[in-house]
Design a protein around this ligand. Structure first.
Ligand SMILES: [Zn+2]
Length: 447
């Protein structure tokens, strides 16, 4: 049976071998030395004990974090090669500091069988620049009618199930999926969007819809489903993960569910943390996303949810689309934004609020907790300490860089952050000592 949790990656630029990174700030702490040997962190603070065989790497001032885990990536393969492939999407992930991504099931064909799970996992192992964890569909062909074979997909390696892009509106069907998922030890990730309430929504309800005349998309479409599903998770004891929380109301509902001890976790996407619906009223389809950009009040509630632990994780919802499709008028353009290569910059900006962000919180939101939610904590999102895999990302906290959509690793260019300047930037990523992305910090330094 295929395992999706191999410790290495197919595509990398070389190995660190035995090396000392000096001047590095582990989790943003004081500059120190990190000794890497045979794919593992051998020692931290190892001045003078590294031995003559070690290559010295100047990492002065760079912040070392555990490599990130993305619970919500659209790699578009199979069936969407004009927007992304497993090869290109995982290159973008590595460039963004990720060691692991969960590949959503809304491909063509849909990932709704053990064979499709195995195929994507095998392709990831063959061409990936990071580890790829296929997400299985909850319903066959994402049609919302018949439950997909969750247990069989779990045996083939799936650890998460989602109809993402669509909501499982049928409460009985969702409940049955929760029960089957709990038996398999997996998690159900719901794209919460009540069809009866969202209808043909195009833009956030309220002033954005009023100013543009576009069909309104109310926050209650999300909140009613999250409330319902949280109750079902509480009743069944099955793990529920709420995808891309976008409203203040959802934050409150998730907080309430957690206070009751229900097994509910939640993620937020970077774009919902930085952008509000005033961006969308100008009609540029790069700001068209599902769920839509919400109000400044919602954005503030998401920030609070991150800080108080209501929101467990950052997930990109990286959703590539070719330029010609995004060039359509608002109602005909597809929903979605790319985000793997900008996630850290945006999150550090939001949490830093003009100063130094809480790096330990970023490590929790982008590495530790998503690894636990996705059930891959044995090999991903590990703490940075001696004996653990050398699976880390290096961040330049003084990069002062401008996002250039044309220079990304993703095949698509639909970033809402183009031309924005950010202070923090991922400069290198390593997985078990293999360098999967490098802007010159790791491999090109002199020995
Ligand atoms: Zn979604």
């Amino acid at each position: 049976m295929t395992t999706v949790n191999v410790p290495a990656v197919a595509r990398h630029r070389g190995t660190l071998g035995t090396a000392v990174l000096h001047g590095v700030r582990v989790l943003g702490g004081e500059p120190t030395e990190v000794l890497v040997r045979e794919g593992r962190i051998a020692d931290i603070g190892a001045t003078g004990r590294s031995g003559a065989a070690a290559r010295r790497i100047d990492a002065t001032g760079l912040v070392m974090l555990p490599a990130f885990v993305d619970l919500h990536t659209h790699l578009r393969e199979p069936g969407g090669g004009d927007s992304e492939t497993i090869a290109s999407g995982t290159r973008a992930a590595a460039a963004g500091g990720y060691s692991d991504v969960f590949a959503m099931a809304n491909c063509r064909p849909v990932t709704d069988s053990p064979e499709r799970i195995a195929h994507i996992a095998d392709t990831g192992e063959r061409v990936g620049s990071c580890r790829v964890h296929p997400v299985g569909a909850i319903t066959l062909d994402l049609a919302g009618r018949d439950r997909a074979p969750l247990a069989a997909m779990a045996l083939a390696g799936a650890r998460m199930f989602s109809d993402d892009g669509r909501c499982v509106d049928d409460a009985a069907l969702l409940r049955a999926a929760l029960v089957e998922s709990a038996r398999a030890g997996t998690v159900i990730a719901q794209h919460a969007q009540c069809g009866d309430l969202a209808r043909e929504g195009q833009i956030n309800a309220g002033s954005a819809a009023e100013r543009t005349g576009l069909p309104p998309w109310p926050g209650v479409a999300e909140e009613t489903i999250v409330a319902r599903d949280a109750v079902l998770a509480g009743e069944t004891g099955a793990r529920l993960h709420v995808c891309h929380v976008s409203t203040a109301g959802t934050v409150e509902i998730v907080r309430w569910a957690k206070q009751r001890g229900w097994p509910v976790t939640a993620e937020v996407a970077p774009h919902h943390l930085l952008l509000d619906d005033t961006r969308a009223v100008g009609g540029d389809t790069v700001y068209k996303v599902n769920p839509p950009l919400r109000t400044a009040r919602d954005v503030a509630a998401l920030h609070q949810g991150l800080r108080d632990g209501t929101i467990d994780a950052i997930a990109t919802d990286h959703a590539p689309h070719p330029a010609h499709r995004k060039a359509a008028d608002w109602c005909h353009a597809p929903f979605g934004m790319i985000g793997l290569e900008t996630a850290l910059a945006v999150v550090a900006e939001v949490l830093g609020d003009g100063g130094e962000p809480d790096w330990a919180l970023i490590a929790a939101l982008m590495a530790h907790r998503p690894a636990v939610i996705g059930g891959i904590e044995a090999t991903a999102g590990r703490p940075l300490r001696a004996g653990e895999p050398a699976t880390f990302t290096l961040v330049d906290p003084h990069a002062d860089w401008q996002v250039d959509a044309a220079k990304g690793e993703s095949l698509s260019r639909n970033t809402p952050f183009a031309a924005l300047r950010f202070r923090h930037r991922v400069v290198a990523t390593a997985v078990h000592g293999l360098v999967t992305a490098d802007r010159g910090s790791l491999l090109s330094t002199r020995a």
